[in-house]
Write a protein that binds this ligand. Structure first.
Ligand SMILES: Nc1ncnc2c1ncn2[C@@H]1O[C@H](COP(=O)(O)OP(=O)(O)OP(=O)(O)O)[C@@H](O)[C@H]1O
Length: 233
């Protein structure tokens, strides 16, 4: 099955004499193209799962498959290539290069991968074409996040991973960013995974995974997700 699959995945950290199970023997499968939300309180293990999916961290047990590639068996070089070519990341704090314009930030990402999309096309997709010559400091938070999403998408990745993408944004701007991520998921048919602690977003996901203390509390598929713009919280 294309998409994302975790089989009995664990991630333990040894801290002196204690073992912290950040992720504790979890299994789930997300079909390709699904808009997925991972929910859970602080410390539940959400970012650890996202980092493992993105090849930034490796499990201490279990197997991880992304579009049928077993990334948990990759060596360092393969993981670097995987992060570069197969994964788009969106973080809470945009992380755009401050000395490059929005357009140059997107171009820079395109240059390191195999099948990039056209920069202008991607900037139009995220509604940022008229701001493309601005430096990040000349953009609002929402615009910077759109720039970061454009940069991630331009790589034409298999999966778009977003860790608290609205964490630094106000309510209305955050909603617009979530609506954009959902629309991009539908348009591009790519798997999008959004990590958030905001339980109110559960109805908006095609797939909703709730985590608690490193375990999966529930896994739900939603045949008719609610558009985020229709929700209030
Ligand atoms: N590098 C590390 N070394 C030791 N413990 C870690 C490390 N990274 C994460 N942990 C622990 O693993 C657990 C899960 O952390 P994780 O960051 O995945 O949670 P989270 O659900 O993303 O939380 P938050 O919403 O606060 O970001 C926590 O108890 C955390 O302290």
């Amino acid at each position: 099955m294309s998409g994302v699959r975790l089989e009995h995945v664990s991630r333990e950290y040894i801290m002196g004499k204690t073992v912290i199970k950040a992720v504790d023997d979890i299994s789930f499968a997300i079909p390709e193209g699904k808009y997925t939300i991972i929910l859970g309180a602080s410390g539940a293990g959400k970012s650890t799962v996202l980092n493992i999916l993105g090849g930034m961290d490796s499990p201490t047990g279990g197997k991880v498959f992304v579009n049928e590639k077993e990334i948990s068996s990759f060596n360092k070089r393969q993981l670097t290539q995987y992060r570069r070519e197969s994964i788009g990341f969106v973080f809470q704090f945009y992380n755009l290069m401050p000395n490059l314009t929005v357009e140059e930030n997107v171009e820079l990402a395109s240059q390191i991968c195999k099948n990039p999309l056209d920069t202008r096309q991607v900037l139009r997709m995220v509604g940022l074409d008229d701001r493309r010559r601005n430096f990040p400091a000349q953009c609002s938070g929402g615009e910077q996040q759109r720039g970061a999403i454009a940069r991630a998408l331009a790589k034409n990745p298999d999966v778009l991973l977003c860790d608290e993408p609205t964490g630094a944004l106000d309510y209305v701007t955050g909603k617009a960013i979530l609506a954009l991520l959902y629309d991009l998921c539908r348009q591009s048919k790519k798997t999008v995974v959004v990590v958030t602690h905001n339980g109110a977003l559960a109805p908006t996901g095609d797939v909703v995974i709730r985590m608690k203390s490193g375990k999966i509390e529930s896994f739900t598929e939603n045949p008719n997700p609610t558009p985020v713009q229709e929700l209030e919280w």
